[in-house]
Unconditional design. Sequence first.
Length: 294
Amino acid sequence: MKLTSMLAMLFWLSFSLQASVAEQQMPISKTYFQMLDIQHFVKDKEIKILNTGEQDFLALVKEQTTGFSRGIAFIIPDINQPVAKQAAVNATYDQLNDYGWTSILLTMPSQESIEPPINLLEVQAELAKNPEQETNLDIKAFHQSDVYSEQFIENIEEKIEQRLNSAMELAKQHAGFYLFICEGKSCAWLTSLLQQERVTTPDALVMLGAHIPQADLNQALAMRVSKTEFPVLELYQDYDSSWVTNHVTTRRKLARKEFKTNYRQRKVPSHFGYLSRQQRTVKEIYGFLVASGM
């Protein structure tokens, strides 16, 4: 009986110790996993460490191979996405240098590092202040709660602004046009920065599956694009998010309404394989740049 009690006590102590250790271990960030991906898939000579003034971040640089520099392509991928092994992002980074473009691929901050933690006590206190708030608000037609807070939008735009400006300093070593290539939600943050004149205006913009999963922000993205003066190419696919496919027509109509004649929209066939989609993406971008005089 005593032996059984001792074994039970030892088992309980062992379990408690393991649980205590597990609680003390910090979760591994997505930024760390992204760094491991880059180290595995990218050559060391292409990896650069840039500084925003507040922190260091990784960027990938691949110089043009033609002997005649057309310019610098700044590639801004979507947040919360790995930069390695994405068809569109990899295609532009890997192949545009064969057309005279030096590519600078930025790594983006993860959403978890920007989003302020939610204090449930503060949320409950805020709800208690408004007891007469209509309870059926969330089921009204066309109503959608905000996905991104104003604080988050301010923080992510500041982070991207800092990283892009740091890349601009690096780009001063090279001559030529400035081409911005953005993906997904980063297109919304980037066009907002351009509208506010917080970053250098590019000579052309390419958007890959541009969207943001919030109705009013998606509409604002379309409006900002329609009012730009530089050439814009939008590429999308059938299996992109519905936030993309449901709004490509809206962006096309707004561009027409604003008489934006240098706006192009192309669909990359989704039935193509990985390599074929890469080739088609680069082909569309190259044709667009040639037509734009670059």
